[in-house]
Ligand binder design. Sequence first.
Ligand SMILES: Nc1ncnc2c1ncn2[C@@H]1O[C@H](COP(=O)(O)OP(=O)(O)O)[C@@H](O)[C@H]1O
Ligand SMILES: [Mg+2]
Length: 486
Amino acid sequence: MSDASTVATVKTISNDALTTGLPNSALRTPTPVSTSTVSQNVVPTQPSFVGSIIGDNPYFQAGFGLMGLGVVLTGARQALIFGLTTLRRRMLVSLEISNKDKAYDWFLAWMAHQTQVQAQTAASSRSILSRSVPWVRSHQLSVETAFEQRNNGSSSVVFNLVAGPGTHWFRYQRAWMQVKRERETRSMQMMSGQPWETVTLTTLSKDRNLFSSLLSEARELAMKGNEGKLVVMTAWGIEWRPFGLPRRKRPLKSVVLDEGVSEKIENDVRAFLDRRQWYADRGIPYRRGYLLHGPPGSGKSSFIQALAGSLGYDICLLNLSERGLADDKLFHLLSNAPERSIILMEDVDAAFNKRVQTSEDGYQSSVTFSGFLNALDGVASGEERIIFLTTNHIEKLDPALIRPGRVDLACLIDDASPSQAKRLFTGFYDSERNADLESLGDELENTVDREMKQGRRVSMAALQGTFIRSEPEEAVRAAKELFIER
Ligand SMILES: Nc1ncnc2c1ncn2[C@@H]1O[C@H](COP(=O)(O)OP(=O)(O)O)[C@@H](O)[C@H]1O
Ligand SMILES: [Mg+2]
């Protein structure tokens, strides 16, 4: 009975018996056939023995069944995952915006704005589906505070509640979008020390064109907020970033300079801006430098701000005495100023009254005079660049600084001249409420003229201070006390 063929037969039979339930005897008939086939190839005894165990054991059989089921299920799961991934790939689109990009702030501001609009309209319309405004849902908010301290001491604060890190959902033009704001805490941006952040928008791929309309809507919103406003930027590491809130533009004619000075500077800048091609044709770097010098409170800073506003330019404010500003950073900042901006460096004499600059505590500041000159000369960058320098002491400036190419136009912005004082005065008060404004203006003009001949002057800032405090007659009288020897 240990014959291989017999064992095989038995196995077959028992298998069949199991499946069909027929008695062994009934199946003995085909034995000779199987014997003849099997006996020709010599089958080793061992596997057949194992086979008999497996074959006979119902547990193994059940195991096989389970295993089969497992395989099928695993397969199904894989297929499902694969299917979902493909579906995701084919049906969803994602857009990643990093905080290096301008669109980043626009988008967050836009989302914050939508939340506000939504809160306002929530009362009026019941169903979220019937609302025309995008529906935003976020539970994690982070605050972005914009703070502005003005010259006159007033300040304003705006808290913007924007979507915080996490996942948010909103509905935009009947499409659902997922917003994931993520923060990379392990690494910081090299120079600015800000964490990296990204916002990822995900939506169905059929709605992919909504991204661009959403982003341009966000941009428009940002631009509208800045319309008629002057954006002042400061250097953060090697980057330019808006400083405080955009300020209301100051009308150019509200800064009263001596006859023709304002026009001269404005025309020069406008002519420069019209001559881009002229510069390019001659291979001259497209840049122009201005120096406004004169006593403090004569309107230098105010004029530059008003001029930038009237040109629709931003101001990039650079403080040369700032700690940690090294030659290479300065160079980078000057060659990477945002477009349509004026670079303003105030009080350059204080930073460079000697060729080697030192700060009060004896430490040598890192911007050197030669580094500064190099940065002004710049490399052959084709970008337009307008630089304004101001100083109260032009005599302290190194002549190397005031040569064409670095400073192309230098203007004296002086203390009040007689006509300047009168123009500031008459522009300050309402002529309908003050009938004798003109004659009072003449009186002030004469006063300034008389004092000037005796070598005494008054600053425009001091005059303005008096005008703010007093009524016209009172102001003209008080102005007489303001003159000082110069
Ligand atoms: N020429 C001017 N016309 C109008 N306002 C002036 C003028 N000069 C100074 N002021 C006022 O005086 C203040 C200081 O002026 P500012 O521009 O800072 O002077 P500067 O930069 O020359 O020191 C500002 O509030 C400004 O409105
Ligand atoms: Mg100033």
